[in-house]
Design a binder for this molecule. Structure first.
Ligand SMILES: [Zn+2]
Ligand SMILES: [Zn+2]
Length: 187
């Protein structure tokens, strides 16, 4: 497994805590969003700012990280495909708490399959997977531009929110539609 890069924006150095239980450090930093921070339809654009407010606290087994991440998502409404601007959807204020245990045993960085804890690499810890989990957990699977988005016209694709009276003068008669789907080789 590659070692952590101490200069990486989401790698934190806990040396100042000296592994003394009770010692604490506040960290406030703005980092560029890593790639794929989000889900397919709603994500933080890579490189856009993520504001982190963290408290690192040494405990017996390791370092407890408590914090918030604030950032802004970009995505499209799953009904009408317009960019989403609703602040309730795109503004993220994710809270998280994670214990990173000292890596005195061989585990490095990976969550322990038994209890889910993550381990440190020496004095370094990697916040990226924690940030990713915290942001993704709060996302709606079907983001909408507004709760009652009427979506698109099924016949022509027009955006119904722009044109509430939208209709087609000659809707296809359902009886004729049934005929058009009959196939010569059908049953
Ligand atoms: Zn919409
Ligand atoms: Zn239409």
């Amino acid at each position: 497994m590659p070692s952590l890069d101490p200069r990486a924006p989401l790698v934190l150095d806990t040396r100042e805590l000296s592994r003394r239980p009770g010692s604490q450090r506040e960290v406030t930093r703005t980092v560029p969003a890593p790639a794929d921070l989000g889900i397919e339809v709603l994500a933080v654009p890579e490189g856009s700012p993520v504001d982190l407010d963290l408290r690192l606290e040494a405990v017996m087994e390791g370092v407890l990280v408590t914090g918030t991440a604030r950032t802004v998502l970009a995505g499209e409404c799953v009904r009408c495909l317009e960019p989403i601007t609703d602040p309730d959807v795109v503004e993220v204020d994710a809270r998280f708490q994670e214990l990173f245990v000292y890596d005195d045993d061989a585990r490095r960085g990976e969550p322990d399959p038994d209890d889910g804890t993550r381990s440190m690499e020496g004095d370094l810890l990697d916040l990226e997977p924690v940030l990713r989990d915290a942001v993704v957990l709060g996302l709606p699977f079907q983001p909408l531009c507004r709760e009652d988005c009427p979506g698109l016209c099924v016949e022509c694709g027009a955006r119904l929110a722009d044109d509430p009276d939208h209709h087609h003068d000659e809707p296809i008669d359902p009886r004729w539609q049934a005929l058009t789907t009959l196939r010569p080789d059908g049953d």
